[in-house]
Unconditional design. Structure first.
Length: 601
């Protein structure tokens, strides 16, 4: 066993340095402390508990809601020589007995398990006799009613702190707004635990939203430029998933549907084929979590509107996990809003419906926006970005702008005059001078801001309010019925110390393909050699019966094709090449590089 976490990172996982704040999280857990970790998809959350699991005595128990994700994680760990297993309903009885036997004999470093199985009285009693390194709760937003994917079985996990008070607990998520974060920490008994927030930005992903005019043609045109690249298309219903997948397959693409209505065997077959690069495109329902841990997904397309920004962020985050350039395309149609709203209204819990409708409205605001999309996305999660990103459709094809300072001051003043106790609808009525019963009963027709926006329609002011929320001048307090409140950033704007330039409304069309101003995460490499290395990786993966990325990710192959390592020592300097993988595959890849260079001479 390596003597330091950094040596484990290098020798076992093949990376030379930690990303912020991985090292601090790892140290906290190794020393016996607990932690809450918020880190973007692809940011390296797993290493935060996998490395401590190798440095603490006992087994690390990892809670995961998705069977498919457990298998991916265990396959990747096994390829690095780590003793890991999963215990879930997909195992045959003989396999399950073997896992439990290994657990009791102390032959596992990590055990992945679903929350309901972990919290059964039988399994908890079993754990009481086993040395435990830590508990890791992945997808921790599932514990909170404010989270976009609330799961009642997750609530029981709060008992772990009481049942095992001396065992460190780490809760991890990629999608949690401030309310959800507070709820997670409270429910899991982590109020006093260390908190690590790494930020939400995924700069290698280009965000694009276009009007859904002729979706079949738009989808075909997008995919035509991405032959051979892996991607996911999300649709709202199982029927739509089947239709889109059949159409893509008929056009010659290797595509397949994936949704909860398919048999377990068929879902598993499709996922395995996608992971092994035998299928290029998976079409899936937005309501069904796929748990895809595939680093070389180059694009994610939303054929229909997601119901909330958390889902959109999580689903688009499945693109470009390897850090290489990727694209997220959303086809936005107003008909989708009513469909999504109808699905929400079918729920029986009034409070849950209110929360979900609030989140749907925020998603619509994102799609309608004419400001930098990344700033809006990060702002939703409470992270303010000062400059535009240069890598979204709005930045690459800027709309016409106007000075919105006075209109913004009117809006902010109105929010202040009504006491920061009302939602957007009431503020709009006061701004436009609407003599509604509520306005008159409250005496708000006597306010100085009553009617100062009568020259513009409600659509104009509604859009402006959404933009002020996106840009951080206003916040909507979802816990208090989405009332609007001023932020500190509003003060200089109200005083006239700051100008606000916004985009004019326009008929949106798909922007022309342009190069991003920043080449984020991209290195210059020999593309022919890269494809040769991918082909070699596929052959080795098929022989070993594992997905290609388990051998090496695309980012690792890109570095090989850029730096052309000549020997084992050079190869160890490539990110993603650990000592075990060097022994298993190093000579194959070095030979492929030598052969390519010889043929080029």
């Amino acid at each position: 066993m390596p003597s330091t976490p950094l040596e484990t990172l290098r020798d076992v996982f093949g990376y030379s340095t930690f990303r912020p704040p991985q090292e601090e999280v790892v140290s906290t857990l190794i020393e016996g402390g607990s932690a809450f970790v918020l880190m973007p998809t692809g940011g390296g959350k797993s290493l935060c508990y996998q490395i401590p699991a190798l440095h603490r005595s006992g087994v690390a128990v990892v809670v995961s809601p998705l069977i498919s994700l457990m298998k991916d994680q265990v396959d990747a760990l096994a390829a690095n020589g780590v003793r890991a297993a999963f215990y879930n309903s997909s195992l045959k009885s003989s396999e399950a007995r073997r896992v439990l036997s290994n657990l009791h004999r102390g032959e596992l470093d990590l055990l992945y398990i679903a929350p309901e199985r972990l919290m059964s009285e039988e399994f908890l009693a079993r754990l009481s006799d086993i040395p435990l390194a830590l508990f890791a709760i992945d997808e921790a937003h599932c514990v909170s009613q404010w989270g976009h994917d609330f799961r009642p079985e997750y609530v029981q996990l709060g008992r772990l702190r009481r049942l095992f008070p001396d065992v460190p607990v780490i809760a991890l998520t990629a999608t949690a707004d401030p309310h959800t974060r507070d709820d997670i920490r409270s429910l899991l008994g982590l109020a006093r635990a260390s908190s690590f927030v790494a930020g939400f930005d995924r700069p290698n992903i280009r965000y694009t939203v276009v009007d859904k005019l002729k979706p079949k043609i738009q989808l075909a045109a997008f995919l035509k430029t991405r032959r051979g690249e892996a991607g996911i298309v999300y649709a709202l219903s199982r029927k739509r998933v089947e239709e889109v997948a059949a159409r893509l397959a008929a056009s010659g693409l290797k595509a397949a549907p994936y949704h909860a209505g398919l048999s377990t065997n068929e879902r598993q077959r499709v996922q395995e084929a996608f992971l092994r690069d035998d299928i290029q495109v998976v079409v899936a329902t937005v309501a069904f979590g796929m748990g895809i841990d595939k680093p070389n997904v180059r694009f994610v397309i939303h054929y229909d509107l997601p119901k909330n920004i958390e889902s959109y962020y999580q689903e688009t985050g499945r693109a470009g996990r390897d850090g290489l350039p990727a694209e997220a395309l959303l086809l936005f149609g107003y008909g989708d809003i009513s469909i999504a709203r109808g699905l929400i209204e079918k729920g029986e819990n009034a409070e849950q419906k209110r929360i979900e409708l609030h989140k749907l409205n925020a998603m619509v605001g994102f799609a309608e926006a004419r400001n930098c999309r990344r700033r809006i996305l990060l702002g939703y999660f409470g992270e303010r970005m000062v400059e535009d990103c240069g890598n979204c459709d709005v930045c690459l094809d800027p709309p016409e702008t106007y000075n919105a300072t006075v209109d913004a001051q009117k809006t902010l003043s109105c929010v202040f005059r009504v006491g920061q106790r009302f939602g957007a609808g009431h503020v709009l009525d006061v701004l436009r001078g609407a003599r509604t019963q509520r306005v008159l009963e409250l005496g708000h027709d006597q306010l100085s801001t009553f009617g100062i926006g009568a020259d513009q329609g409600s659509e104009f002011w509604g859009n402006l309010i959404r933009q002020l929320v996106h840009l951080g001048y206003l916040r909507q307090d979802v816990a208090s019925y989405s009332v609007l409140k001023l932020t500190e950033a509003a003060r200089p704007l109200l005083r006239g110390e700051e100008k606000l330039i916004l985009a004019k409304p326009r008929a949106r069309v798909a922007p022309e393909k342009k190069a991003a101003r920043k080449k984020v995460g991209e290195i210059e490499y020999d593309r022919e050699l890269f494809e040769n290395l991918r082909a070699l990786r596929k052959r080795l993966a098929d022989e070993a019966g594992v997905p290609p990325y388990v051998i090496f990710g695309d980012a690792t192959l890109a570095e090989m094709a850029a730096y052309l390592p000549e020997n084992h020592q050079d190869l160890l300097g490539i990110n993603g090449v650990g000592k075990l993988k060097l022994r298993r595959y190093g000579d194959n890849f070095l030979e492929e590089i030598r052969s390519h260079l010889a043929n080029r001479r």
